[in-house]
Design a protein around this ligand. Structure first.
Ligand SMILES: Cc1cc2nc3c(=O)[nH]c(=O)nc-3n(C[C@H](O)[C@H](O)[C@H](O)COP(=O)(O)OP(=O)(O)OC[C@H]3O[C@@H](n4cnc5c(N)ncnc54)[C@H](O)[C@@H]3O)c2cc1C
Length: 285
């Protein structure tokens, strides 16, 4: 059964690329940066992975054709490119995407997914990174117990990292479960990334983490062009705009596409307010 799209509209720009383009264009026109994400994950069929690769390439070419009105910046999932089918096949697909990204001056962020593919994602990233240094970046999740080492691993490479808390359900053996520990880890990694990393993305809607980042960069003389904040489309839009007005880089992650259900359910799981929002939308119709 397919749920109606109006349920997801708060978090997902549109179901098609054509309908999503004006949404990102207006966010960019408002002084915010964007990263565009074609929704979908965990593909188990080679044909579907090949189509996903073609769609990512079409997306990059479409942004390029917008001639600067839209950021040349996208987020992709390796599980869409066949990572769970065959890593070599996935790497070939990724090379094709990154070749077009390099040719058009586009930045491609590899989203981080579940722990079944964390190490594979970082290994694939390290394989392609030397050839596409300015065009590919990765994500690290503060809730994972392994992340301290991954932070050092990525700082050593001077790879561009997006730091987030982590959105998947993971077992206690692999991931911290309580919010105060996750926040502490996030802050520890934020400090390393803004001091020693290369243009990290601090991806959170959490005021405690945003305020601590602002305090840390002010006290340590880290200029605002050394990092950026990142938030999701549809969440805390006023805060996004006010941080941008204060002079911080603010990038909005804008998802689109008809495969929106897993992304949408992660957003509902994160905050009860999101569930209330959806319920009120339903009752307003
Ligand atoms: C740009 C971006 C990219 C991401 N990429 C990935 C990825 O690749 N892999 C992955 O696993 N996860 C990713 N995530 C999701 C991330 O891991 C978290 O699951 C998600 O951001 C929720 O954590 P949070 O820190 O934003 O705030 P939460 O933990 O949801 O909330 C903490 C506190 O922040 C405040 N707050 C949060 N939302 C709101 C709101 N809407 N209005 C008012 N106050 C609010 C409240 O005080 C709340 O108690 C990404 C997140 C962002 C922003």
């Amino acid at each position: 059964m397919k749920l109606p799209f109006f349920l997801a509209r708060k978090f997902v720009a549109a179901e098609t690329l054509e309908a999503a383009l004006p949404v990102v264009e207006s966010i960019n026109a408002n002084g915010l940066r964007t990263t565009f994400d074609k929704l979908g994950e965990y593909v188990s069929d080679r044909g579907v992975a090949t189509s996903a690769k073609e769609e990512y390439i079409t997306l990059i070419r479409t942004l390029d054709a917008a001639e600067g009105r839209i950021d040349r910046n996208i987020s992709i999932k390796l599980s869409m490119l066949g990572q769970k089918i065959d890593e070599a096949f996935c790497v070939d697909n990724l090379h094709e995407v990154l070749t077009v990204a390099k040719e058009t001056g586009t930045f491609v962020r590899l989203d981080m997914e579940g722990t079944d593919i964390t190490e594979s994602t970082l290994t694939i990233f390290e394989r392609v990174y030397p050839e596409y240094r300015d065009h590919v970046g990765v994500v690290l999740q503060a809730y994972l117990k392994r992340t301290r080492e991954d932070i050092d691993r990525m700082c050593e490479l001077q790879a561009r990292v997006r730091l987030c808390k982590g959105a998947y359900s993971e077992p206690e053996a692999l991931a911290w479960q309580d919010m105060s520990t996750i926040r502490d880890r996030f802050l520890e990694y934020m400090e390393v990334l803004v001091s020693k990393g290369r243009f990290p993305g601090i991806a959170t809607h959490d005021d405690i983490l945003i305020d601590a980042t602002r305090k840390y960069v002010a006290e340590n003389g880290v200029s605002t062009d050394r990092f950026e904040f990142q938030m999701l489309y549809g969440l805390r839009s006023e805060t996004q705009e006010s941080l941008a007005k204060e002079g911080f880089g603010m990038r909005v992650y804008v998802p689109f596409g008809d495969q929106w259900f897993p992304y949408y359910s992660r957003r509902l799981r994160e905050r009860k307010e999101n569930v209330w929002f959806i319920l009120s939308t339903m009752f307003k119709r």
